[in-house]
Design a protein around this ligand. Structure first.
Ligand code: SF4
Length: 679
C-alpha cells in the first residue's frame, strides 16, 4: 500500500488449547485463520474452540493487575509480599512447607523454569502438576513397556495410512475434531461406555461397563492367542515376557470377559480378527482407559495387545496415547513432576541429579528428592505435616481435582495461596495474591504436541498493560530469593536444551530457528545436525536390551462399585465447546452459548424409572458430595451409567480420588452415584 511501510502480516502460531496444537495465523486484531502447513490440522481444520480463540485475548474478564486480598496493588508490592511470606514460612517450617503446582498447558520453558524454581530457589520437593490427572497412567505404562513415553511415537499422518485403528477411551470428535480427519481412512474400533460422537463414526463400537476396560483388553488378547493370531516372529525378535502374559490370560476366556464387561464375544472376535488381518494397525488410548485406579495396568493390557499383534516399532503401526492438554507431552518432560528432572530424567537417579545440578550450578546433594503426587499434594495442604503455602500456575484444581470440595477445604487451610492466571478462576478467587499473566499469543514459547513434535508458539499481539509473563513472575520471585535468572523464553529454552541433553527427552539439537524452518522437530534430537526422531522405536525400544516388555496384569473391580445406596455409575468427560476446567471457554460467548451449563446424560430406561424428563433438574450424589444438572436423555449411554461434563465446578465433587499405585492417577472415570429429580 503506498505510504504504508510496516504492513503487519498475520503471525504464524498455534492454538491455545489442546494437544493437537493446530497451526493458526493470527492478525494483530486477533482474527484467526487455520494454517495448512501443520500436519495436525489435517489440511487446515480448526474446531470451534480454535476459531474463537482470538476472543480470549480481548475478553472483558481479563485480569490486568496484581491483587492482594482481592485489592489492586502494584507489582512491586505483590512480589515483595509473596517473597517475604515465602521466606518466613520456609524459615519457620522448612523448605517443604512451600509447594508449587504447575500445568500441562504451560510452555516447555515455563515447565522447566518452574521445576528449577521449586528445587533451587525454594529448595522444596513439593512440586507436581495437573498433568498427573491427565495422561500419567499412559506415561507409566509406556515407560514400563518401551522404556520411554513419547505419547504417539509416530507422526499423526500415519493414522490415515493404517487399515485399522482401535481407540480405547477417547472422544476425539469432541475433544479435538481435526483429529477425526486422520481417521477417515482406517476401520475405526472405539472402546467407550458411551456411544460418543467418535463411537458413532466407528466401524465397530465396543461398549464396556465403566471400569472394565482392562478385562476387555485381556479378553481381546486371549482371543488373539486362542485363534493363533499372535505375531510370533515379532514377539521372538523384539519383545520379552510374552510367555508369562500368555499364562496369565488363561482364565480370561471370552465368555467370562463378556460377563464382566457386557461386550459380546462376537464383537471382540470381530475386533481382533480385523486387527490381525490388517497390514497396518494402531492402538490408541485416551483418558477413558487411563483415568482409573488401575489405569497403568489398563494401558499395559492394551500395549500387550499391540505387542502380541506386532505393532509397536513397526512402520505404519504402533501404540500411542492421545494426550489431552496443550502441552501435555512437553509438560511431563522438563521437571514439573514430583519424581522427575528435565530430559524426562528420574529425580532419584544419581547420574541425572549430577547432570542437572551442574547445569543449575548447585551441588547434586542440594537437590530435593521426590515429592508428593498431585492429589496427595493437594490433600496434604494445610495439614500439620503438609505444605503451608502453595504457588499455582496454569491450573484450576477447585474445578478439576477429584473430590474437589475437599480440595477447596485444603486450599482454604493454607497460610498462603498464590495463583498466576489470566482470569479470575475458581481457584484464583481463593488466593491471597493473584498475579495476572500473559497468555498464548501474547508471548513466545515452545509446545510439544501429542506426536512429540516441538512447535513454536509465536507472540502475535501485545498483552494488556499491567500483565507480565509467568517467566517474569518466576524471575522476580527468584531474584527476591537471591537468584538471577532470565525470563526471555529463548534464553530459558537454550538452558532447557542443555539440561535435557543426554536424557530421554533430548532437546539439545532443537532451536527456535530449526522449529521455524522445519515446522516442528521431533524429540529426541541430540545435536544440531540430527534430523529429529519421528518414529523412535523402529530399530530398538528404549529399554536396556532394546526389547519391548510384556507385563502380566490382572483385572480388578473399580475402587468404588455400585450398590444399593449408590446404584448408578458416573463417568465424566468433555464436550466440544469447552476445554478442561472451562476457565477460558466458559468466558467465550459463542462457546458459552453452545453449552451454557452442566448436564446429566442418562438412558431413557433409567430416566423412566426415576421419573425424570428431559430438562428436569437432577441431583447427582456420591459419598463425597453432590451437584446438579439438567437431564439429557439419550440411548447413547448405558442404562447403568450417567455422564457429566467436568468443565463446571460440581462434577468433580463426586469423583473418587482413589489412586493408581504406579502413576498416582485418580479414578476420575468411574464412581458410584445416586440420581434423583430435584423437586
Ligand atoms: Fe485448538 Fe485442539 Fe481445536 Fe485444534 S482441535 S483448534 S488445537 S482446541
Amino acid at each position: 500500500t503506498p505510504g504504508r511501510t510496516n504492513v503487519e502480516l498475520p503471525v504464524l502460531t498455534h492454538c491455545p488449547y489442546c494437544a493437537l496444537q493446530c497451526g493458526m495465523a493470527i492478525t494483530p486484531e486477533a482474527a484467526i485463520t487455520p494454517r495448512t502447513d501443520i500436519p495436525a490440522n489435517a489440511g487446515g481444520a480448526l474446531c470451534q474452540k480454535g476459531w474463537t480463540a482470538g476472543e480470549l485475548l480481548t475478553n472483558g474478564e481479563r485480569l490486568t493487575g496484581p491483587l492482594l486480598h482481592g485489592r489492586p496493588v502494584t507489582w512491586e508490592v505483590a512480589l515483595d509480599h509473596v517473597a517475604g511470606r515465602l521466606s518466613r514460612i520456609r524459615a519457620e517450617h522448612g523448605p517443604d512447607a512451600v509447594a508449587v503446582f504447575g500445568g500441562g498447558g504451560l510452555t516447555n520453558e515455563k515447565a522447566y523454569q518452574l521445576g528449577k524454581f521449586a528445587r533451587v530457589a525454594l529448595g522444596t520437593s513439593q512440586i507436581d502438576y495437573n498433568g498427573r490427572f491427565c495422561m500419567s497412567s499412559a506415561a507409566a505404562a509406556s515407560t514400563r513397556a518401551f522404556g520411554m513415553d513419547r505419547g504417539m511415537p509416530f507422526p499423526i499422518t500415519d493414522l490415515a495410512e493404517a487399515d485399522v485403528v482401535l481407540l480405547a477411551g477417547g472422544n476425539v470428535a469432541e475433544t479435538m475434531p481435526p483429529f477425526v480427519r486422520h481417521l477417515a481412512g482406517p476401520r475405526l474400533i472405539v472402546v467407550d461406555p458411551r456411544r460418543t460422537a467418535t463411537a458413532k463414526l466407528a466401524w465397530l463400537h465396543l461398549q464396556p461397563t465403566p471400569g472394565t476396560d482392562l478385562a476387555l483388553a485381556l479378553g481381546l488378547l486371549h482371543l488373539v492367542v486362542a485363534e493363533g493370531l499372535a505375531d510370533e516372529e515379532y514377539i521372538a525378535a523384539r519383545t520379552t515376557g510374552f510367555d508369562e502374559v500368555r499364562t496369565s490370560l488363561a482364565s480370561w476366556w471370552p465368555e467370562r470377559v463378556e460377563r464382566v464387561t457386557g461386550v459380546p464375544v462376537a464383537r471382540m472376535r470381530q475386533a481382533v480378527r480385523a486387527m490381525a488381518a490388517a497390514g497396518r494397525a494402531i492402538v490408541l488410548t485416551g483418558r477413558g482407559a487411563e483415568q482409573h485406579a488401575k489405569g497403568t495396568d489398563t494401558v499395559t493390557a492394551f500395549i500387550n495387545l499391540a505387542l502380541a499383534l506386532g505393532l509397536p516399532g513397526t512402520p505404519g503401526s504402533g501404540y500411542g496415547c492421545v494426550t489431552g492438554q496443550g502441552n501435555g507431552q512437553g509438560g511431563r518432560e522438563h521437571g514439573q513432576k514430583a519424581d522427575q528432572l528435565p530430559g524426562y530424567r528420574k529425580i532419584d537417579d544419581p547420574a541425572a541429579r549430577e547432570h542437572v545440578a551442574k547445569v543449575w550450578g548447585v551441588h547434586p546433594d542440594d537437590l530435593p528428592g521426590p515429592g508428593r503426587s498431585a492429589y496427595e499434594l493437594l490433600d496434604a495442604l494445610g495439614t500439620p505435616a503438609g505444605p503451608r503455602a502453595l504457588l499455582l500456575f496454569g491450573s484450576n484444581p477447585v474445578v478439576s481435582a477429584p473430590r474437589s470440595a475437599h480440595v477447596s477445604d485444603r486450599l482454604g487451610a493454607l497460610d498462603l495461596l498464590v495463583v498466576c492466571d489470566v482470569v479470575m478462576s475458581e481457584t484464583a478467587a481463593m488466593a491471597e495474591v493473584v498475579f495476572p499473566v500473559t497468555q498464548w499469543a501474547e508471548e513466545t514459547g515452545t509446545m510439544t504436541n501429542l506426536e512429540g513434535r516441538v512447535l513454536l508458539r509465536r507472540k502475535a499481539v501485545e498483552p494488556p498493560a499491567g500483565v507480565r509473563s509467568d517467566l517474569e513472575v518466576i524471575r522476580e520471585l527468584a531474584a527476591r530469593l537471591g537468584h538471577t535468572w532470565p525470563s526471555d523464553p529463548r534464553v530459558v529454552f537454550d538452558e532447557l536444551r542443555e539440561a535435557s541433553a543426554g536424557g530421554l527427552a533430548d532437546y539439545a539439537g532443537i532451536t527456535y530457528e530449526r522449529i521455524e524452518a522445519d515446522k516442528g522437530v521431533f524429540w529426541p534430537c541430540p545435536s544440531p545436525d540430527h534430523p529429529g526422531t519421528p518414529r523412535p522405536f523402529l530399530d530398538r525400544f528404549a529399554t536396556p536390551d532394546g526389547r519391548a516388555r510384556f507385563t502380566p496384569v490382572e483385572h480388578r473391580p473399580a475402587a468404588e462399585e455400585i450398590d444399593e445406596d449408590y446404584p448408578v455409575y458416573l463417568t465424566t468427560g468433555r464436550v466440544l465447546a469447552h476445554y478442561q476446567s472451562g476457565a477460558q471457554t466458559r468466558r467465550i460467548a459463542p462457546l458459552a452459548e453452545a453449552v451454557a451449563e452442566p448436564f446429566v446424560e442418562l438412558h431413557p430406561d433409567l430416566a423412566e424409572e426415576l421419573r425424570i424428563d428431559a430438562g428436569d433438574m437432577v441431583r447427582v450424589s456420591s459419598r463425597r458430595g453432590q451437584t446438579q444438572g439438567a437431564a439429557r436423555i439419550s440411548d447413547a449411554i448405558r442404562r447403568d451409567t450417567v455422564f457429566m461434563p467436568f468443565h463446571w465446578e460440581g462434577a468433580n465433587r463426586l469423583t473418587n480420588p482413589a489412586l493408581d499405585p504406579t502413576s498416582r492417577m485418580p479414578e476420575f472415570k468411574v464412581c458410584a452415584v445416586k440420581v434423583e429429580r430435584v423437586a
